[in-house]
Design a protein around this ligand. Structure first.
Ligand code: CAA
Length: 464
């Protein structure tokens, strides 16, 4: 039985911080954010928004536009790394909100859990729910997977300019109108790491930025190697002399903590895949530079990062490589459209990869590209750390789903906030009711209980 994505809905908070204002306030060159990292705007939650209400808002949009009622939904999974409680799953908050619309107990039959593995957990949730469908357990019902996060870093830290917030809800079934996942090739890698983590009680993560960049690429490369073995042994992809697996992936979607991470990762993977092919010699000749090798090629990530001479040369090599027409051709045709949304909203952690997928669908459709039967490859990464690589094919029916996608109108009228307002929200100096926006047709948080016996209980309402 097939399984895949039938439809996608998004919810992005309307408040944003402009990268230029931000750079000015922190004494940085705005070009570092806009050109260096690919960040133009960072979506920021209002005081009356949290990851649960963003998830519920995305779910409601998904259900309303597909005219689905709770009885059609067998599973509702929420993947997040902005958990609200150590025990109570975010699903229960989401179901509580949806039942304000659909009636008390309307989701009673529906199963689901909150999933955690940093930014990769949404991909595990998609995979597990696809297998629930493939196993025939769904009995005609849909699964909904919602990925929702607030990417929040310490004020003044290097992570602060890679923040953002938002939710993506995906409808899964056995006859999907957008994309069917390729079966039996989903591949993972996993390793105990401390590149980025958030200890209990801490609102912001502890981050080793450059370490996390390199680890992300190494882990995805490992998962890609397993994907390659599976795709070749299952006959899904057949390679001729001088070809690479990436030749058979029409569009590449990467986890996007910031938009340019997609470009960085693509360059890394292409270097790895092309290195032993005849085309590489031609590229190297044109570049006029040999690929640098670290002093200790079998060393650790720390030793590679500490090898300053290698790092500097490797940086230069990557820069020149990304300017070659061979790289540019792949970048423009396979990756660029998936990066547009990330520039506009920032990091969404678990939701970043899927916002990138949606971005690719929307902007390729606008360009008039025919996506039917095209293979999309996904590189999902979660710190801590695990990567997942998988793929899917676009269904002939995708146009009816993609035609109306419009990121700007779906976000709505965006409001730029000042750095003072941003810092007040960031430092939790305003209570839930001191919101900036006047929300309509969405769930908002109105109260968090303080009484000891009810501490942490959250009340949400739907604003008409
Ligand atoms: N004009 C133009 N470009 C400039 C510039 C300028 N004035 N100054 C710097 N740049 C460029 C740099 O050359 C660099 O680009 P390349 O990598 O292509 O060379 C880019 O801007 C960034 O510069 P730095 O690497 O010096 O930036 P940094 O060290 O200040 O911070 C970061 C970058 C490490 C990503 C940091 O923002 C961070 O720690 N972010 C949070 C962690 C993160 O996102 N890690 C990503 C992998 S882990 C993951 O993916 C999980 C997750 O979601 C968090």
């Amino acid at each position: 039985m097939a399984a895949g994505i039938d439809d996608i809905a998004i919810y992005i908070p309307r408040l944003f911080v402009d990268a230029r204002d931000f750079a000015k306030a922190r004494g940085m060159d705005p070009d570092k954010l806009q050109r260096g990292l690919g960040v133009s705007k960072m979506a920021i939650v209002d005081t009356n928004q949290d990851p649960a209400c963003m998830a519920a808002n995305a779910c409601l949009r998904l259900m309303e536009r597909n005219k689905i009622s709770p009885k059609d939904v067998g599973r509702l999974y929420v993947a997040t790394e902005s958990s609200l409680d150590e025990s109570k799953a975010m699903n229960s908050y989401v179901i509580g909100m949806l039942e304000q619309i659909y009636g008390d107990g309307s989701f009673e039959h529906c199963g689901g859990i909150e999933c955690k593995f940093a930014c990769v957990s949404g991909s595990y949730a998609l995979y597990d729910n696809s297998n629930w469908i493939r196993a025939g357990e769904a009995e005609g019902k849909y699964a909904i997977v919602v990925v929702s996060d607030i990417a929040k870093y310490d004020l003044g830290s290097s992570g602060e300019y890679t923040q953002g917030a938002g939710a993506v809800a995906m409808l899964l079934n056995d006859n999907p109108r957008i994309m069917t996942f390729d079966p039996k090739i989903t591949s993972t890698s996993i390793k105990n790491e401390y590149d980025f983590y958030r200890p209990f009680g801490k609102e912001t993560p502890i981050v080793h930025g450059q370490y996390s960049n390199l680890l992300y690429m190494i882990q995805i490369k490992k998962a890609l190697m397993t994907y390659k073995e599976k795709a070749l042994s299952s006959g899904l992809i057949k390679l001729n002399e001088g070809e690479t697996i990436l030749d058979y992936i029409d569009f590449v979607n990467m986890h996007l903590p910031y938009s340019n991470m997609g470009k960085k990762a693509l360059a890394y993977l292409l270097r790895h895949e092309w290195r032993n092919l005849p085309r590489w010699k031609k590229i190297i000749d044109k570049m006029g530079m040999q690929e640098p090798i670290p002093k200790d090629p079998r060393g650790t990530i720390e030793s590679v990062l500490a090898d300053e001479e290698f790092m500097q040369k490797d940086h230069q090599f990557t820069k020149i490589f990304t300017m070659t027409e061979e790289f540019q051709e792949i970048y423009d045709s396979k990756l660029a459209s998936s990066l547009i949304a990330s520039r506009m909203v920032g990091n969404l952690y678990t939701a970043s990869l899927y916002m990138g997928f949606r971005s690719c669908l929307e902007f390729e459709f606008q360009k008039g590209t025919d996506l039917e039967e095209k293979r999309f490859g996904f590189g999902s990464y979660g710190s801590g750390s695990s990567a997942m690589v998988f793929s899917g094919r676009i269904m002939p029916t995708y146009k009816e789903m993609v035609r109306d996608m419009n990121l700007e109108s779906e976000i709505g009228n965006r409001i730029k906030i000042s750095l003072e307002e941003y810092e007040e929200i960031h430092e939790n100096k305003r209570g839930p009711t001191e919101n900036i926006l006047d929300s309509k047709k969405e769930f908002v948080l109105v109260e968090i209980e303080n009484k000891p016996e009810m501490r942490g209980q959250r009340t949400y309402v739907f604003r008409e």
